[in-house]
Design a binder for this molecule. Structure first.
Ligand code: DOR
Length: 431
């Protein structure tokens, strides 16, 4: 049956202007907009004057299955995605086993077939993420594999990376890079700077990220092969990538919500809940990441959703696991720290969370509200202020630095392929 989402605010896909109206869905796709509020043989969904946006797309999540199901499964991760307004996510390969052999790849493809949101995959650049030998990318000849990455670790060997870039280009796979020079990651705890000095930690310097980005931009230029730089965290990185883009180097990049909202000082109040790789940086870095998102140097927002057990997030910053969950707070962090700071407007935020990721991933039927597109949609109450309660997360992970913080903007309904999959009013998943 056709569906009519009534009384919504939306940006006209033709003019970009805000409108109030109704959207008609048919067989999992957007049929178009209409002035009619009652149509025969249609099921009505009340929009209540909320904004209807294309579903968010996250290029960077860790769902831990297989091997780390106690932290997150593909199912619990998908629910967290839906609760955060994400209709498509891309899982990183740092699982156990790594999907670098036929059996593991087949298993993963089977497990990701029927999930409540669209789950796409990245294979590994190197076997076992060890950085020594390139994985066999022919394993990734399946539409659900969109790229390769060793995320969590840099690819230290230039030879392995060059081989990977060459093969990935032929196989039409994105090459995602975690840019940190391993020899400068030291105790892998926090930013090297005034807070690390105060805490007597060595920390990770800005240079660790800059050195790898220098090398990788050089390779992208010389080989004329595209690279995607993951979780950009410093002003220096934004500057380097901006300069490369201006020269026409084929590079894209992403930033995580924590890198445009929190500084290294958060460690002092939130401890290891504010520890991730790359680490939170300074106020100046945060401002540069915001500016990069505004001017397009940074293409997309990606959460780096990284669930860990309570017991892995120890008081000892050096021993504690890296990473925080992000799917259920990303949109509100964007509204609060980008819109309320007058960096982006809603349309620009949607561009970074949906339209541009769809383009980078080659998802031609997603990321906009044009007729004919997949009905992957999210309704948001932009004005709703709420307090983050980590116990209410649908993710298994409770590791967030935003717990008890006030944010603006709440996802209320998530629709995948024309079906309501999450109804926030009732806290219900309709799977
Ligand atoms: O903080 C992080 N956690 N950064 C990464 O790159 C990997 C991730 C993880 O898998 O926990």
């Amino acid at each position: 049956m056709k569906k009519l989402i009534r009384n919504i605010r939306y940006f006209s896909p033709e003019t970009g202007k805000p409108q109030i109206g109704n959207m008609l869905l048919s067989e999992g796709t957007i049929e178009g907009f209409t002035k009619e509020t009652h149509l025969e043989d249609t099921q009505a969904i009340e929009g209540k004057q909320q904004w209807l946006l294309p579903g968010f797309i996250d290029m960077h999540v860790h769902f831990r299955e297989p091997g780390g199901e106690e932290k997150e499964t593909l199912e619990t991760g998908s629910r967290a995605a839906l609760a955060g307004g994400f209709t498509t996510v891309v899982c990183m390969p740092n699982t156990q086993p790594v999907p670098d052999h036929a059996e593991a790849v087949e298993d993963l493809l089977k497990k990701t077939q029927n999930l409540p949101c669209q789950v796409l995959l990245m294979g590994s650049i190197s076997k076992g993420l060890a950085g020594v030998e390139k994985s066999n990318f022919e394993l990734y000849r399946h539409p659900r594999f969109v790229g390769v990455t060793d995320d969590g670790r840099p690819v230290s060997s230039a030879r392995v990376l060059m081989e990977a870039m060459d093969k990935a280009k032929k196989e039409n796979l994105i090459v995602g890079l975690h840019c940190e020079d391993e020899s400068l990651m030291f105790d892998r705890s926090i930013n090297q700077g005034k807070i690390s000095r105060k805490l007597n930690l060595q920390g990770v310097p800005v240079m660790a990220e800059a050195l790898m980005i220098h090398r990788d931009l050089y390779l992208a230029e010389k080989l004329n092969s595209p690279l995607h730089i993951q979780h950009v965290s410093t002003a220096e990185s934004v500057r380097l990538i901006g300069e490369a883009k201006a020269k026409g180097v084929p590079v894209t990049c992403e930033a995580a919500p924590h890198h445009f909202s929190l500084t290294e000082e958060t460690i002092l109040t939130r401890g290891s809940m504010a520890k991730m790789s790359p680490p939170l940086r300074t106020e100046m870095d945060v401002k540069s990441v915001r500016q990069g998102l505004k001017d397009g140097t940074i293409d997309v927002i990606a959460t780096d959703h990284a669930p860990h057990l309570e017991s892995d997030k120890t008081e000892d910053l050096v021993q504690s696991a890296n990473g925080i969950v992000g799917l259920e707070t990303a949109f509100a962090v964007g509204v609060t720290y980008l819109m309320d700071y007058k960096i982006l407007n809603l349309q620009e935020l949607v561009e970074r969370m949906s339209t541009r990721p769809a383009q980078l991933l080659g998802l031609n039927t997603k990321g906009t509200l044009k007729p004919g597109m997949d009905a992957d949609l999210v309704l948001v109450d932009l004005d709703r202020r709420w307090t983050v309660d980590r116990e209410a997360f649908f993710s298994k992970g409770r590791n967030t630095p935003y717990h008890a913080m006030g944010l603006r903007g709440k996802v209320t309904t998530t629709i995948v392929g024309g079906e309501i999959r999450y109804n926030g009013e009732e806290g219900l998943f309709l799977l």
